[in-house]
Design a protein around this ligand. Structure first.
Ligand code: HEC
Length: 452
């Protein structure tokens, strides 16, 4: 009994002495606080400033070592990623993009950290507060006016920016290799990212496409690869918004064993027309896994593939509503994608697909593409138009909803005008739309989105 008593006293003394081991959590006034209206600022202060500012705001129980050490580590990590006291020095667009990310992390339940909210229930973001943040960010501002672009989506000319060859692109800083074959992968979906004025094509290799078609995507099989290609949005003289300057391509490769330290996926991002590996060092990958983390329940993948396959949680991991009926003469979603655009007046998005003969002409393109390539006889093009809906995974993104029309143009040989077919309405039935000649010219004239 006496030894037990001594042990308890020793433990208490040890605990008290431990309290002195207390590296500091620096606090200082804001140098450049994020620029937002007062109601948004108030809300950020309540829900985010404890960790994402230079304020020091600990509850009494956070001060107790060893819990204090963990709290300190979390706060310093959080500030490094996002600090509302210095964010104000970033360009306005960057501040907004950061807030979009914050809204999405809140919406996906990743922020504030669930373990933090358990101890600090007052930091929980209420649906009303989330609404205030969204209302501040929405409605999306229209894409900025056409910038003098070096790469034609709808204008400009190409300089000597293109890399010598895709095969020479350097691996990522974590060693993850570039895959020059990505341009031939098949489209899984598209997104219209109003939060940063970009369009994205999400392509998958054969393994990924087969998995999407059969619904075996939870988890995705080893060997599945994704490419996400981003272009700046560029409003054209035709009133439509087209892909303009190429921004980057990102790749993911599933291999549960090889990439077990990065959630079972390899990650890489190559920026600009010269496809420069992104990041300062191999730690860039924490950005990728950090932002994809909230989707761990569906294997870290944001994209909702367009497929009719039955998948658990339909319409969350499967955009069946956007699929095309089997009754069409061709299945263009199995072809390659050439370009996309958005019509801001009708809130529709369209993507142009080509069969192999058409893609041959696209790949044989030269510099300065401001119009459609010279498609050979036998080329078939399909323009699919969808209504848009908000992306349930990312506030600020829109994805294809119900298809509204599919138009096919078959190119004939010998100077003959090709044939035009249109399918529209519920169930996409044949509808000999007026203005066939005009639509044929429109479809043939769409410039392919620029690729390195
Ligand atoms: C700020 C959040 C964020 C960060 C950081 C991020 N992603 Fe993503 N990623 C998304 C969203 C959202 C999508 C869905 C498509 C879209 O709308 O752009 C996505 C989709 C993708 C896709 C298509 C497959 C899928 O999951 O939908 C790839 C490939 C991808 N990201 C790679 C990367 C790589 C590589 C990095 C790191 C260099 C990265 N991402 C960092 C948010 C992020």
């Amino acid at each position: 009994m006496r030894t037990l008593g001594k042990l308890i006293v020793a433990l208490v003394v040890f605990f008290v002495v431990l309290q002195v081991v207390r590296p500091s959590i620096p606090a200082k006034p804001a140098t450049a606080e994020v620029q937002v209206p007062p109601e948004v600022r108030q809300l950020l202060e309540k829900d985010s400033y404890s960790c994402h500012s230079d304020q020091r705001r600990l509850s009494w129980f956070d001060e107790i070592v060893p819990g204090y050490w963990l709290v300190r580590h979390d706060i310093l990590t959080a500030r490094e990623h996002l600090n509302f006291f210095t964010l104000g020095s970033a360009p306005a667009a960057m501040q907004k993009a950061t807030l979009y990310e914050a809204v999405n992390m809140i919406q996906l339940g990743a922020m504030p950290l669930p373990k933090f909210v358990r101890l600090h229930p007052e930091a929980k973001v209420t649906p009303d507060e989330l609404g205030t943040l969204k209302a501040y960010l929405a409605p999306w501002t229209p894409a900025p006016n056409p910038m003098p672009s070096a790469q034609p989506g709808s204008g400009g000319k190409i300089d000597a920016l293109a890399p010598a060859s895709l095969a020479m692109v350097q691996p990522e800083l974590n060693g993850f290799p570039f895959d020059p074959s990505f341009e031939s992968w098949k489209p899984i979906s598209t997104t219209d990212r109003g939060d940063n004025h970009t369009f994205r094509f999400i392509l998958g290799n054969d393994v990924a496409v087969k998995a999407a078609q059969t619904g075996k995507i939870s988890p995705w099989p080893d060997g599945a690869r994704f490419a996400k290609i981003a272009w700046q949005q560029e409003p054209g003289p035709d009133g439509l918004v087209h892909p303009g300057k190429f921004v980057q391509v990102e790749l993911m490769l599933k291999n549960a064993r090889d990439y077990k330290d990065t959630e079972g996926w390899g990650w890489g991002r190559w920026r600009g027309a010269d496809l420069k590996p992104y990041g300062k060092d191999a730690h860039f990958v924490n950005e990728c896994t950090g932002c994809h983390q909230p989707l761990r329940g569906i294997d870290y993948v944001y994209t909702i593939p367009i497929t009719t396959a039955k998948v658990r949680g339909d319409e969350v991991v499967n955009n069946a509503g956007a699929a095309l009926p089997a009754s069409l003469p061709y299945q263009p979603l199995g072809w390659n994608a050439i370009t996309m655009y958005v019509d801001p007046k009708t809130h529709t998005t369209a993507a142009l697909y080509g069969n192999d003969a058409a893609m041959h002409a696209v790949h044989a393109r030269g510099a300065g593409r401001t119009e459609g390539p010279a498609y050979p006889a036998g080329a078939v093009l399909a323009l699919v138009t969808w209504a848009q809906r908000d992306d349930p995974h990312w506030f600020g993104a829109r994805i294809p909803d119900r298809p509204q029309a599919v138009e096919f143009v078959q190119v004939a040989g010998g100077g003959q005008q090709g044939s035009y077919q249109r399918f529209a309405g519920v169930g996409l039935t044949a509808d000999q739309g007026a203005a066939a000649a005009q639509r044929t010219n429109f479809v043939l004239g769409l410039a392919p989105a620029w690729l390195p």
